[in-house]
Design a protein around this ligand. Structure first.
Ligand code: GDP
Length: 210
């Protein structure tokens, strides 16, 4: 997949506003400041892309970026904002929980955690939700450049061990937007997830397979 084809598609504030033509989509989640915008920018090679999601008014929405017809990257609102009023937090929680619970085209979630602050309470809650709904998880330990190689590797091994105790089906990797570290590994996982489309797609989508 050529991720630099990504273009902003739409924002949604309710399940009824989600695209109806999605065949496969991958959601990006994480605490605010985990490095989600930077990762999306590096992945797509489009500097302004994640700025779209940071545009005031869009930060609390589910933002869709289209790759090819029917395939999307989905930027979920960053969680963990201390300042957000309780009512809005409750709305987000409901929206995200119902999105994860009901969204058929969702192939997996990329969960970003700052390597210096991994597995905070909200991350654990997210991992529990995803595990409960049997949604595949790919974790990026972001800003890996902030640690030297050995300490970074130690965090990686420690977190991998802790996660294996919760869910054996979680993938985890080191990532740095600054150094473009881990980009190929991430793309390989996204390619795999996005290639998983339902069999009953219109005939023209399958033409090249026959
Ligand atoms: P978001 O809130 O999750 O979208 O996080 P941002 O992508 O806006 O990043 C938050 C802060 O972390 C910014 O100051 C970024 O420059 C910084 N940052 C993001 N990724 C990296 C990285 O790979 N390495 C370093 N050193 N800093 C990063």
């Amino acid at each position: 997949m050529n991720y630099s084809q990504a273009v902003f598609y739409k924002s949604a504030n309710a399940l009824s506003q989600l695209p109806k033509d999605s065949l496969a989509e991958i959601a990006f989640a994480g605490r605010s400041n985990a490095g989600k915008s930077s990762a999306l920018n590096v992945l797509t090679n489009i500097k302004g892309l994640a700025k779209t999601s940071k545009t005031p008014g869009r930060t609390q929405l589910i933002n869709y970026f289209s790759l090819t017809p029917g395939k999307f990257l989905v930027d979920l609102p960053g969680y963990g904002f201390a300042k957000v009023p309780l009512k809005i937090k409750e709305h987000w929680n409901k929206l995200i929980a119902s999105y994860l619970e009901t969204r058929n085209p969702l192939r997996g979630v990329v969960l970003l955690m700052d390597i210096r602050h991994p597995l905070k309470e909200h991350d654990q809650q997210m991992i529990e939700w995803l595990s409960y709904y049997e949604i595949p998880i790919h974790i990026l330990l972001t800003k890996a450049d902030k640690l030297n190689t050995n300490p970074a590797q130690n965090v990686f091994l420690q977190i991998r061990k802790e996660l294996a105790a919760i869910n054996t089906d979680i993938d985890i990797q080191l990532f740095s937007s600054l150094k473009r570290q881990g980009l190929e590994q991430l793309k390989a996982k996204l390619d795999l997830w996005l290639s998983d489309v339902p069999q009953d797609v219109p005939a023209e989508h399958n033409a090249q397979d026959s």
